[in-house]
Design a protein around this ligand. Structure first.
Ligand code: ZN
Length: 164
């Protein structure tokens, strides 16, 4: 099942989410449906508030190679370096802009089996995780944009910066 995406402005996007205390069948179904929703919208990440759920759950799947990361109760426990690159967001159609993020992070989370993981992520993967985890704290990329990039200029920007 695909969820409708919550579009800004909506107060659920600006609320801190509640931690998951139990992995239920309902939660597992929600994870599957979040992925379906993300793929249907060509997203590389999605956070529970974006489907109207006030839960500390987010998915990131930047490409086939890195695969799907389902993160329950994720926390970024460290970050280093800095990197500026362009981002978009399913909740902000046609808005793109450059955002400064850590270049490398360590994120701790639980998967759907309840296993705890600590993963080091770099580059765009690290960026996507930071973007999604901030959703879970009610923080939005729009407040961090350094330069807005119009949808028409997006392809040009990507070409110019692909080796950055
Ligand atoms: Zn977003």
């Amino acid at each position: 099942m695909r969820y409708p995406i919550v579009i800004h402005p909506n107060e659920i996007l600006e609320k801190k989410t509640v931690e998951v205390t139990e992995i239920t069948d309902e939660l597992v179904k929600m994870l599957d449906d979040m992925r379906e929703t993300m793929i249907a919208h060509d997203g590389i990440g999605i956070a529970a508030p974006q489907i109207g759920k006030n839960l500390r759950v987010a998915l990131v799947e930047i490409d086939e190679e890195s695969g799907l990361f389902e993160m329950i109760n994720p926390e970024i426990i460290s970050g280093k370096g800095s990197d500026i690159d362009v981002e978009g967001c399913l909740s902000f159609p046609n808005i793109y802009g450059t955002v400064e993020r850590y270049k490398e992070i360590v994120v701790r989370y639980f998967d759907r089996e309840g296993e705890e993981y600590e993963v080091t992520a770099t580059e765009y993967f690290a960026r996507a995780i930071q973007h999604e985890v901030e959703h879970l704290d009610g923080k939005l990329f729009i407040d961090k944009i350094i330069d807005r990039i119009s949808p028409e200029d997006l392809d040009n920007y990507m070409e110019e910066h692909q080796n950055d």
